[in-house]
Design a protein around this ligand. Structure first.
Ligand SMILES: C[S@@+](CC[C@H](N)C(=O)[O-])C[C@H]1O[C@@H](n2cnc3c(N)ncnc32)[C@H](O)[C@@H]1O
Length: 160
């Protein structure tokens, strides 16, 4: 995979590969969902967040609905937790998933397990905050890549 300088570079990859079905898990106030919809005109984006519990943002749900309304049928907002959200998809049906939800070890482990089967063989599973040493992200991702014999690409500051 090409070297990324920022997570915004994912938009170029999505466009270059003509990806269509994209998912963001953990949406916050909807800023990155909006960026993806604005930058990638060919995608349908599923934005998944329960907007409650770990790291939830006050008013995040309403802000997300407001930000994404203009994208009409290209934007599907699912008010669900990650695992329940993943159950809405067939196996091998998603081109690109971006995981940025609960960063505890158990939650990341569960996220990787439930989203991986949903990704097409030509797709990408990506996420945020691999640099957060106090979180469970690094350990969960490292364990997963070893168990699944997968390569992980990172940007220079190891964040994405
Ligand atoms: C760091 S914020 C996401 C920021 C967003 N990705 C962005 O770049 O603007 C983390 C989000 O994860 C959500 N979250 C927490 N637990 C979750 C879960 N089990 N499934 C999905 N989302 C979850 C929180 O509600 C919060 O909105």
């Amino acid at each position: 995979m090409q070297q990324l300088t920022s997570r915004r570079d994912f938009a170029n990859i999505i466009n270059e590969r003509n990806y269509k079905i994209v998912v963001e898990v953990g949406v916050g106030n909807g800023g990155f969902s909006r960026y993806l919809l604005e930058s990638c005109s060919g995608i349908t984006l599923f934005s998944i967040d329960p907007w409650e519990g770990v790291d939830s943002r006050p008013g995040g749900k309403q802000k997300t609905y407001e930000k994404l309304a203009k994208y009409d049928t290209r934007s599907k907002i699912l008010d669900l937790k990650s695992v329940e959200g993943s159950q809405q998809f067939e196996d091998l049906s998603i081109d690109f998933v971006y995981i940025d939800s609960d960063h505890s070890f158990d939650a990341v482990k569960q996220d990787l397990a439930c989203w991986w089967p949903k990704i097409k063989l030509s797709g990408i599973m990506a996420g945020h905050d691999y640099d957060l040493r106090q979180s469970g992200v690094i350990k969960a991702v490292d364990n997963w890549t070893i168990e699944h014999h997968q390569e992980m690409g990172q940007n220079r500051n190891k964040r994405y």
